[in-house]
Design a protein around this ligand. Structure first.
Ligand code: ASP
Length: 341
C-alpha cells in the first residue's frame, strides 16, 4: 500500500463560516476524516505547515512547501497538498520549478466548497488527489481538481464558482479521474531522465504588468527601483505601443541596460505569444533581444522568472535556463532563441 503525506495549508476546502466570512479552520487530520475510503488504497500521515486563504500565499510559502517535501521525500511514495484555489496555479507552477524530475507524485488539490458542507466538491477532490498520488504511473507536480489531472505548469483557474474551475492551457490533461478510476492520457514516467532535484532560491522581486490601451512606459519608469524583473502581458501575439511621453523603448533600454529582466507574454489565455508576427512586436524584440513566454501560462511564466532569477543574473544563463522545458511548461520555443548570447 502506498504511503502518502497529506500537507494541509488552508483554503476553502478547510474553511468554515466566521462572522467576517469564510476562513480556514479545519485541521489536516479532520480533513482526512471526511474521506475514510482512502484506507482502501493508501496510508496517510498529515502535516499542517500553515493555514491560510491562498490569497496570502506567496514565494516564502512555496519555498517552505518544497523544503518540507525535500526533508521528507524518502519517507513517502507521494505527497498531496490541500490548498486554496485562488493562487493554486501559481503554487503548482512554483513547485514545478523548485522540485524537478520527481519520480514521486506531488499533487495539489482543493475545492470550491468547504469539506464539511453536505453538498461539496471537496471530498471527491481530496479522494481523487490521494488516489492519483497512489498510482504507479503518477509522477511530478500536478493539480487534481474536478476530475482533471493538470500538469503543475499548465493550470489556470478559469471559473470562480464552477466545480471544474481549472483548465489545462495549451496542453492536454495528463489524466482524468472518473468514478474513482484514473485514466492516463500521458504515460511517460519511464522518460524521466535525471534524479529529482530541489532548488532553494527564488527572487520574488518580479512584477506582472498588464498592458491596456493608452498605457505608455510611465509605469515601468516608476517601478524601476523596486523590481529585478517584469513580465509584460501584451495584447494578442505580442507588441508594445509606440505613443506617449515616456516611451516603452526608452524604459526597456533603462531596464535591460541595468541588468533587469523584461519578459514578454500575452494576456490572451490560449495559444501563446509570437512577437515576431507584427512590426509592433518584432522591432522592439529585436532591439533588445527580448525574451517571450510563447505557450507558457502567465502563472508559470511568473514563477519561472522568479526561479531563474533566483539561480542566476547572467543574461545568457537566464536565457538558456528559462527556455529549457520543465514539467511540460513550454513546447513552442524556436531553437534559435534559446541559444545563449
Ligand atoms: N479564497 C480561497 C483560497 O484561495 C478560495 C478557494 O480555496 O477556493 O484560499
Amino acid at each position: 500500500m502506498k504511503k502518502i503525506l497529506l500537507i494541509a495549508t488552508g483554503g476553502t476546502i478547510a474553511s468554515g463560516h466566521t462572522d467576517k466570512g469564510l476562513a480556514p479552520r479545519i485541521e489536516a487530520g479532520e480533513l482526512l476524516g471526511y474521506v475514510a475510503e482512502y484506507t482502501e488504497f493508501c496510508q496517510v500521515e498529515v502535516v499542517q505547515p500553515f493555514s491560510l486563504d491562498s490569497t496570502n500565499v506567496y514565494a516564502r510559502h512555496w519555498l517552505e512547501l518544497a523544503g518540507l517535501i525535500e526533508a521528507r521525500y524518502g519517507e513517502y511514495d507521494g505527497f498531496v497538498i490541500c490548498h486554496g484555489t485562488d493562487t493554486m496555479a501559481f503554487t503548482a507552477a512554483a513547485l514545478s520549478y523548485l522540485i524537478q524530475n520527481s519520480g514521486k507524485p506531488i499533487v495539489i488539490t482543493g475545492s470550491q466548497k468547504p469539506i464539511d458542507l453536505p453538498v461539496t466538491d471537496a471530498r471527491t477532490n481530496l479522494l481523487d488527489g490521494l488516489r492519483f498520488a497512489s498510482q504507479e504511473k503518477a509522477h511530478g507536480v500536478n493539480i487534481v481538481f474536478g476530475g482533471n489531472v493538470i500538469a503543475g505548469t499548465r493550470a489556470k483557474k478559469e471559473h470562480s464558482k464552477r466545480y471544474d474551475a481549472f483548465s489545462s492551457i495549451n496542453y492536454p490533461n495528463v489524466a482524468v479521474i472518473r468514478d474513482g478510476k484514473v485514466i492516463f492520457y500521458i504515460d511517460d514516467k519511464d522518460r524521466i531522465a535525471a534524479p529529482v532535484s530541489f532548488y532553494h532560491e527564488m527572487n520574488d522581486k518580479v512584477l506582472l504588468l498588464k498592458l491596456m490601451p493608452g498605457m505608455d512606459g510611465t509605469a515601468l519608469k516608476h517601478l524601476f527601483p523596486y523590481y529585478d524583473g517584469v513580465v509584460i502581458e501584451a495584447f494578442g501575439v505580442g507588441g508594445l505601443p509606440e505613443y506617449g511621453e515616456v516611451s516603452f523603448f526608452t524604459e526597456i533600454r533603462r531596464w535591460t541596460s541595468a541588468g533587469r529582466l523584461v519578459m514578454m507574454a500575452t494576456q490572451v489565455t490560449h495559444e501563446g505569444s509570437d512577437m515576431e508576427v507584427y512590426q509592433v512586436g518584432r522591432a522592439i524584440k529585436e532591439a533588445f533581444r527580448l525574451m517571450e513566454a510563447y505557450d507558457m501560462t502567465l502563472e508559470a511564466t511568473v514563477a519561472k522568472v522568479m526561479w531563474v532569477l533566483g539561480q542566476t543574473r547572467d543574461p545568457g544563463e537566464f536565457r538558456s535556463l528559462f527556455y529549457r522545458t520543465v514539467n511540460r511548461d513550454l513546447l513552442l520555443v524556436p531553437e534559435s532563441v534559446s541559444e545563449p548570447l
